[in-house]
Design a protein around this ligand. Structure first.
Ligand code: TMP
Length: 206
């Protein structure tokens, strides 16, 4: 039995990640692949408890604590869900993964790449996404779209400049790894975004 594929979805605030996630899940399932949808931080009972701390813990959490908690949740996620699922030949579709740590903790908070890289090597042991879909949108547009949602979490309370750094880092990573990343213009109407997602997936769905 061949290993399943590991697909991740990334993007900033208000980029339409939830709608896209469901669209991609359906595309994969319709082609006859079993697919498990999950998210980070979270995806396991332990990971979801860590997520609660990360999103709603005190606003004074240190940057290192934040980074280490992201990777603690990720270690659990890989051990309990991602690795076993891929080994069983099923696909994993994950709402955010390590690229988010480079974008938010690296770009947003200024953690050096070497620290994130060391944790990535330790925790992932070679497991990497086969395909990463980046929903890209100008920050002001995304914030305007996301603005109407209820009680902001620790990340959503950040200023526009933080999200500009996050977006820039995502785009840099996509440019550096063009074989793994597909950049989706999330500013287009939903049908056009879905057409881009479908085109991006054709290569792996064939
Ligand atoms: P979500 O709003 O997409 O569910 O993601 C939760 C927040 O966690 C989001 O603001 C991005 C942030 N995040 C990081 O800062 N680093 C990470 O490694 C991950 C996975 C998420």
């Amino acid at each position: 039995m061949s290993r399943g594929l590991f697909i991740t979805l990334e993007g900033g605030e208000g980029a339409g990640k939830s709608t896209s996630l469901e669209f991609v899940r359906q595309l994969i399932a319709r082609r006859g692949h079993e697919v498990v949808v999950t998210r980070e931080p979270g995806g396991t009972p332990v990971g979801e408890r860590i997520r609660e701390i990360l999103l709603h813990g005190g606003s004074d959490m240190s940057v290192d604590t934040e980074l280490l908690l992201m990777f603690a949740a990720r270690a659990e996620h890989l051990a309990a869900l991602i690795r076993p699922t891929l080994e069983q030949g099923r696909w994993v579709l994950c709402d955010r993964f390590t690229d988010a740590s480079y974008a938010y903790q690296g770009g947003g908070r200024g953690v050096p790449d070497a620290r994130i890289g060391a944790l990535e090597d330790w925790v992932q042991q070679g497991v990497k996404p086969d395909l990463t879909l980046l929903l890209d949108l100008p920050v002001a547009e995304g914030l305007a779209r996301a603005g109407s949602r209820s009680a902001p979490d620790r990340f959503e309370r950040e200023q526009q400049a933080f999200f500009e750094r996050v977006r820039a880092r995502y785009r840099e990573r996509a440019a550096a790894e063009p074989r793994r990343f597909r950049v989706i213009d999330a500013g287009q109407p939903i049908p056009a975004v879905q057409a881009q997602l479908q085109a991006a997936l054709e290569a792996v769905l064939k």
